[in-house]
Design a protein around this ligand. Structure first.
Ligand code: SAM
Ligand code: SF4
Length: 344
């Protein structure tokens, strides 16, 4: 099913109410995809040959992103996450962080990255205003890394975790997509990383996207099963997790410096507390990860829309943000798109 792009006519001035959707959920969090390109090809995310990439001319410039984020801040968005694709393939990313950190109202900038290019840039990013990082890592074995990510790089990702802690990012989270028959036997080894490092290791249920739907059915491991396995290693106590945390449920082993968590988009969705919208690399605002509608901000920005007009567009978007996604196991593949394309 093709996604529908809605053209909401942007009004001239936005009232100064904080952004909330039709279900009274305050929307305070914007995920910004800065590119759909990636230097890895994780099996659950994109095909080995890559995706039909968005043409360069359609990718938002930093000026355009900055203007949209100013508008988001004007309607109550406080927290920005830069994501992709792999955001660090845009080498001037620290410049974007600096610009966004200077926007009135934005008090939290985070990064989702595969970590490959992070170790060398993290000090510069932290100085620019980056507060925290989520680093994706699905295996601690070099050969398996190459099988899952279809490129080498484990050592660089491990370096990036320690470099992020050394640079003072807080929290540093490690995201691991658990796949049966692939890396499920490493849950315990990942949990052990939390004993002496103050990191949050989050295990994520694999979601069906694009052409991985068939593989996903076989590889899916539920969060409940993951928690059961974590509990078999040692006594787990529920943990609050990092402040302002998203949808993860956290636990801690006695004496551990860090904590483990699970994210369960399929088995226990967290739509009730959804506080987020997503801006794709080509300037479409997606109101729900697996929803059917998106709003074309790029055309408005390129036609010279100012902050007030864009703020009104955000408000209009709230009226069509769906109450929940309907992605469950067995859902037909039509709603599925690669997360890298829509700003996972
Ligand atoms: N390239 C960066 C990275 O890997 O962290 C940022 C973008 S990536 C799309 C964001 C997150 O989405 C990663 O943690 C990745 O593991 C996760 N992801 C991608 N496809 C997924 C899927 N099918 N199921 C669950 N998580 C997925
Ligand atoms: Fe790239 Fe992230 Fe997708 Fe892996 S999950 S292919 S690192 S965008």
């Amino acid at each position: 099913m093709a996604l529908e792009t809605i053209d909401l006519i942007a009004g001239p001035s936005a009232p100064k109410r904080p952004l909330a959707d039709a279900f009274a959920r305050p929307i305070t969090y914007l995920r910004v995809s800065v590119t759909d390109r990636c230097n890895l090809r994780c099996v659950y995310c994109m095909p080995e040959a890559g995706l039909p990439w968005i043409p360069n001319a359609e990718i938002l410039s930093f000026d355009e992103i900055e203007r949209i984020v100013r508008a988001a801040a004007a309607v109550g968005v406080r927290s920005i996450r830069l994501t992709g694709g792999e955001p660090l393939v845009r080498p001037d990313l620290p410049d974007l962080v600096r610009r966004l950190a200077a926007i009135d109202g934005i008090d939290d900038i985070a990064l989702s990255t595969n970590g490959l290019l992070l170790a060398d840039r993290v000090v510069e990013l932290a100085r620019a205003g980056l507060r925290r990082a989520n680093i994706s890592l699905d295996t601690l074995r070099p050969d398996r890394f190459e099988a899952i990510a279809r490129r080498p790089g484990l050592e660089r990702v491990l370096e990036a975790i320690d470099a992020s802690l050394a640079a003072g990012l807080d929290p540093v989270k490690v995201n691991c997509v658990v796949m049966r028959g692939s890396n499920e036997d490493e849950i315990e080894a990942f949990a052990e990383l939390t004993h002496d490092r103050p990191i949050f290791v989050r295990f994520i249920e694999m979601m069906p996207v694009l052409e991985n739907a068939a593989a996903q059915r076989d590889a899916y491991v539920s969060a409940d099963e993951i928690v059961e396995r974590l509990g078999a290693i040692g006594t787990l106590r529920p943990d609050a997790g990092p402040p302002g945390n998203g949808p993860a449920r956290y636990f801690r082993y006695a004496g551990a410096a860090g904590a483990v968590g699970v994210i369960s988009p399929l088995s226990h969705d967290y739509c009730d507390t959804c506080n987020r919208v997503r801006l794709s690399a080509n300037g479409r605002l997606r109101l729900c990860l697996f929803g059917d509608y998106e709003i074309d901000f790029r055309t408005h920005v390129r036609n010279g829309a100012g902050v007030d007009e864009l703020a009104a567009l955000f408000r209009g978007g709230m009226t069509i943000k769906p109450e929940r996604h309907h992605l469950r196991l067995g859902e037909p593949a039509s709603r599925m798109r690669a997360l890298s394309e829509i700003g996972g």
